[in-house]
Design a protein around this ligand. Structure first.
Ligand SMILES: C[S@@+](CC[C@H](N)C(=O)[O-])C[C@H]1O[C@@H](n2cnc3c(N)ncnc32)[C@H](O)[C@@H]1O
Length: 269
């Protein structure tokens, strides 16, 4: 499928930064699907004013699976024009939107993984479900969407992971060395959650408990923020939060929790 209709979505600010998405890339390159798929096709949706983060994702994914190909999709034709000189056999750029058009030369009808970082942030919350559904319809079996937000230089990031039918999880990623208060990350929640960090919502309870655990383990910062953070995650697990990632990931400042435990009470449609 190649874009022959108007791309779905709107042009938004193209702000990006080199290496800004390293945390989410580290998560993506740890996904089993990347290793298991022959010639995985990754999509960087909304790569921004220049395609540096798309190039970085391909480099990182290729180190895990050398048969990886990456398709950068932008809704702004000017950004596609800027990216074209960087195209190679494994790195293509295509004008499009949430409908995820695939150039015929790739000989594929569906994609393995879509990374959409800092794209939905500039949309309304009521646009999220439709964008997710359209992207989900473009995933091959076992495919994933990673959709979220980060700060300007990628020290704080959050993202949701979806398969082709449901939302699976919410992941937080903190640069532990500069972490003061974990709930600061609330400013970078994915669009679906950012307006729900209020009393009575699960995401607010989760972040409040994370802050309390962080404060109670301040003594461990003498040893390292890594130990302090790991102790916090253990506390949250012990109090029943369905945290699904492993201590190895906690040491990277990454925390993944089941979506059902933190999703908004009401999702706007
Ligand atoms: C803030 S930039 C993010 C750049 C990069 N992903 C990053 O995180 O650094 C958002 C980009 O998404 C693009 N965009 C917005 N909606 C889109 C859509 N539906 N399909 C493709 N690109 C889209 C905008 O044109 C803009 O260039």
């Amino acid at each position: 499928m190649v874009a022959n209709k108007k791309p779905v979505g709107v042009i938004t600010r193209g702000t990006t930064n080199p290496n800004r998405l390293r945390r989410v890339d580290r998560y993506i390159t740890n996904q089993a699907i990347l290793k298991q798929t022959k010639e995985p096709l990754l999509v960087d949706l909304g790569f921004g004013a220049y395609p540096r983060t798309a190039i970085e994702l391909l480099e990182r994914a290729s180190a895990i699976n050398p048969t990886t190909r990456l398709l950068g999709i932008e809704i702004d034709p000017e950004r596609i024009r800027v990216a074209q000189p960087f195209a190679t056999n494994d790195l293509l750029f295509q004008l499009g939107g949430f409908e995820i058009p695939i150039p015929q030369t790739l000989n594929k009808t569906k994609v393995t993984l879509i990374r959409a970082m800092n794209v939905l942030r500039q949309y309304d919350e009521s646009d999220v479900q439709a964008a997710w559904s359209l992207m989900q319809s473009r995933l091959e079996d076992g495919g994933l969407i990673v959709e979220g937000t980060c700060d300007e230089i990628g020290r704080l990031a959050t993202w949701v992971t979806l398969d082709n039918s449901k939302v699976l999880s919410l992941t937080f990623s903190f640069r532990l060395l500069s972490l003061q208060t974990p709930s600061k990350i609330a400013e970078r929640l994915p669009k679906v959650l950012i307006h729900h960090n209020v009393e009575g919502e699960s995401i607010n309870k989760f972040l409040t408990e994370l802050d309390a655990a962080w404060a109670s383990h301040s003594g461990l910062s003498v040893f390292s923020p890594v130990q302090r953070f790991s102790a916090c995650v253990k506390d949250l697990l012990n109090s029943g939060w369905p945290i699904t990632n492993t201590p190895k990931r906690w040491r990277l400042g990454e925390l993944t929790v089941d979506w059902d435990a933190v999703k908004p009470r009401v999702v706007l449609l």
